[in-house]
Design a protein around this ligand. Structure first.
Ligand code: NAD
Length: 459
């Protein structure tokens, strides 16, 4: 992957600013045409995107279709079907004291926006924010992740021909190129990635008073109690955890449960892994690879943090790490200190519901929390007593696929939510437009001075 020259970056952003100021991106017809072209690109070049995702992450074609390509097509269809209604100004009622007058809320584009994407869903997380940015009428720079070089290069190759170059561009590269972009005055920065870089982005944005959306990560807990059917629960947890070899922002990070529940769950998890990926997992094309050597070394160092109850096999040359369940993990162990972001699932024994709620409430607010309990009172307590980007009962990750649900974190797991209409809103300014006739002049008698009863008294 060749990186964009940093010398060119100010000119690239200025070019987009010119396109935006000239009004290129505003018409509904332009937005619709760009979204349709993006949709056609994803469908026509689906096989190329699948191939790039296989090179970068060993992703299976089916998984790429489900979680990246098909996901984006569905998102574009959702936006195209609703674009006109999202763009329509809404009438707003006014208090009696301000009447006669009328008001509308008019969504307007923010301007030129920057989308910075990570490597784990390198296509979906680069283009999903772009769908919102285009729908809302913005010009945009997309900066895909250098850690997914095949997908990044393909986006840089295909996007400029598919979309209007006056308003959409791709900048490739890593830290120097992203830093050069961050020096430019954008009207919004949409960053997906880790919290350390999130802070760098927020600091750079503050220089220009640029608003940011930060889609970050964290340790998303799972709580399992004795009321849930364990075989089905294990299958769902294994599916959410081991998809994309655990490199999913909303993947279950660890499981909390009473010791006897975890003891019964562990063999069910081993069965579920077998059901999903067979016994020769290293040869199964449905199972992905760890993105690079540094992450592989970090992940394999965690294998010493508990008893390996399932999996554990690994191969550095192919960066293969088998779906792994670690038993009896101490909350102080290294694997419990940072987001795992790989196919290792620690089981953390805990005294009971109160202790589990306190455990989660006492740590950084996660991107998601997952509860497997058939007890309504238990579910209610998780809803009321913990805070997380999202809370799912009975299934991990699924909220991500519902366009009517806001997707995002809270506190250290992120700022601002998107998907569906919220993506449109994220990249729009809601401008109130108020109109009041000059006659009758009700204001003179109400809110204008003099406020003293007799004007003569001042003379
Ligand atoms: P990454 O290393 O690809 O970094 C993300 C982006 O930041 C890249 O485009 C990279 O070029 C840029 N970057 C890296 N260092 C930088 C620096 N010093 N200055 C400026 N830019 C820099 O991806 P990552 O951060 O490893 O991604 C994994 C993290 O992202 C996990 O924490 C995961 O939970 C989170 N994530 C969140 C979501 C979400 O939607 N909330 C989705 C996916 C991943």
């Amino acid at each position: 992957m060749t990186a964009t020259s940093t010398d060119r970056i100010p000119g690239i952003v200025a070019g987009l600013r010119h396109g935006y100021t000239a009004g290129v991106t505003r018409p509904e017809a332009w937005r619709r045409a760009q979204l349709e072209r993006l949709r056609a690109l994803l469908l026509d070049r689906g096989a190329d995107f699948e191939a790039a995702l296989r090179i970068d992450l060993g992703k299976s074609g089916t998984e790429s279709q489900l979680t990246e390509i098909g996901f984006l097509v569905a998102e574009i269809d959702h936006a195209l079907a609703r674009l006109r209604s999202w763009m329509r100004p809404r009438r707003a009622p006014l208090p009696l004291a301000l009447q006669p007058a009328s008001a509308r809320i008019v969504p307007e584009p923010l301007g030129v926006v920057l989308v910075i994407a990570p490597w784990n869903y390198p296509l979906m997380l680069a283009l999903s924010p772009l769908v919102g940015a285009i729908a809302a009428g913005n010009a945009a720079v997309v900066k895909p992740s250098e850690l997914a070089p095949a997908t990044s290069a393909l986006l840089a190759l295909l996007l400029p021909d598919a979309l209007d170059r006056r308003a959409v561009t791709v900048v490739t590269g890593g830290v120097p190129e992203t830093s050069a972009l961050l020096a430019e005055p954008f009207d919004h920065i949409f960053y997906t990635g880790n919290g350390r870089v999130g802070r760098i982005v927020a600091r750079a944005a503050a220089e220009h008073l640029t608003p940011v959306t930060l889609e970050l990560g964290g340790k998303s807990p799972v709580y399992v109690d004795a009321t849930t059917p364990l075989a089905e629960t294990a299958r769902r947890i294994a599916w959410g955890k081991f998809m994309n070899a655990g490199q999913t922002c909303v993947a279950p990070d660890y499981v909390l449960g009473e010791p006897e529940v975890l003891e019964r769950l562990a063999p069910r998890l081993a069965d579920a892994i077998h059901e999903l990926y067979g016994s020769a997992i290293a040869r199964n094309p449905d199972y992905g690879r760890i993105v690079n050597d540094a992450h592989f070394a970090r992940l394999t160092s965690y294998l010493a943090d508990g008893e390996i109850l399932a999996g554990g096999a690994h191969d550095a040359a192919s960066r293969f790490l088998e779906p792994t369940v670690l038993g009896g993990v101490d909350p102080g162990a290294p694997v419990m200190q940072e987001e795992i972001f790989g196919p290792i699932l620690p089981l953390v024994p805990i005294a009971g519901l109160d202790a589990a709620l306190a455990f989660v409430a006492g740590r950084d607010r996660p991107l998601a929390a997952y509860v497997f309990s058939e007890d309504a009172a238990v579910r209610r307590r998780w809803e009321r007593e913990t805070s997380s980007g999202a809370l799912n009962f009975g299934v991990p990750s699924l909220h991500l696929a519902a366009p009517e649900l806001p997707f995002g974190g809270v506190g250290p797991s992120g700022t601002g939510a998107y998907h569906g209409e919220r993506s449109f809103a994220r990249f729009s300014h809601e401008k109130p437009v108020l109109a009041k006739p000059l006659a009758p002049d009700t204001l003179a008698a109400t809110i204008m001075p003099p406020f003293t009863p007799a004007k003569d008294a001042l003379a």
